[in-house]
Design a protein around this ligand. Structure first.
Ligand SMILES: Nc1ncnc2c1ncn2[C@@H]1O[C@H](COP(=O)(O)OP(=O)(O)O)[C@@H](O)[C@H]1O
Ligand SMILES: [Mg+2]
Length: 251
């Protein structure tokens, strides 16, 4: 059964041409889906529609059978920049989604500390964001998105600003955290290898539409060795061809 379900979703910013056009996409519980496409093709807008940050002009978005009308605790969102609050410690940044609703309980604090431990950040719990590297800040943003244990995580190019090695480490950590919790993920990226490494299924978007739907049948859990396999490289080439085909159509 579809867990996050988008049916015939369209969106237009007032006074502009349509940005998302009749998109159908569904995510099964516990699956990792990537969304790739060139800059400006509508990826961020589609993710905001999935989150309830925007309302579609046409079509429906539902999460666990309920229409999504506003952002809710069932959805964690990670933006391209870590967007941490400078004046809060790492631990308080992770607890922010709780604090915005109520006084954190001992259980909330324990959960936040456990997330920081899984991301190798225990020693930094009392530090401030400016004392962390870019990769560490991204880890804090992921921990914050998971603190309310949302069943789905929406991520908008969260690793785009990081160096290649840090990005690969974070891909492994994210994969492990989400599999351990059964979290579904919808992850936007420019990076073809990142999409193939992480995804069970990849959507290729161009001009506001999903043009290709590619299944990634590589075994789980994936480790860095996968990157050197023939199957991995064949899938990267397939995805690349799909994107180039769209460029020819668009040109
Ligand atoms: N708030 C906005 N108002 C008007 N146009 C917008 C707004 N946000 C994005 N757009 C336009 O919508 C298109 C898709 O943007 P976006 O969803 O951010 O694409 P992507 O994330 O794939 O780069 C772009 O042409 C962009 O200029
Ligand atoms: Mg974007």
């Amino acid at each position: 059964m579809a867990f996050l379900d988008m049916q015939g979703v369209s969106y237009t910013y007032p006074g502009w041409p349509p940005v998302v056009q009749r998109v159908d996409w569904d995510i099964t519980q516990g699956e990792f889906h990537c969304l790739v496409g060139r800059s400006g093709c509508g990826k961020t807008t589609l993710l905001k529609l999935a989150a309830g940050l925007l309302q579609p002009d046409e079509g429906q978005v539902s999460l666990q059978g309920q229409a999504v009308r506003q952002p809710g605790p069932g959805t964690g969102f990670v933006f391209q920049a870590p967007t941490l609050l400078d004046w809060l410690t790492v631990l308080d940044n992770v607890l922010l989604p709780v604090t915005l609703q109520r006084q954190p309980t001992a259980q909330d604090v324990a959960r936040a500390e456990q997330l920081l431990a899984q991301m190798g950040l225990v020693a930094h719990a009392g530090h401030y964001p400016r004392q962390l590297s870019g990769g560490q800040q991204s880890r804090v943003a992921i921990a914050r998105a998971l603190v309310l244990e949302p069943p789905i995580l929406l991520m908008d190019e969260p690793f785009a600003a990081l160096d290649a090695i840090t990005r690969e480490e974070l891909q492994d950590e994210l994969q492990a955290m989400c599999r351990a919790r059964g979290t579904s993920v919808f992850f936007v990226t420019h990076d073809i290898a990142e999409a193939v490494y992480l995804a069970d299924r990849v959507a290729v978007m161009e001009g506001g539409r999903i043009r290709h739907d590619i299944r990634v049948e590589l075994p789980r859990s994936r480790t860095q060795d996968v990157r050197y396999s023939a199957a991995f490289n064949a899938l990267c080439a397939e995805l690349r061809r799909a994107m180039d085909m769209d460029e020819e159509v668009a040109a």
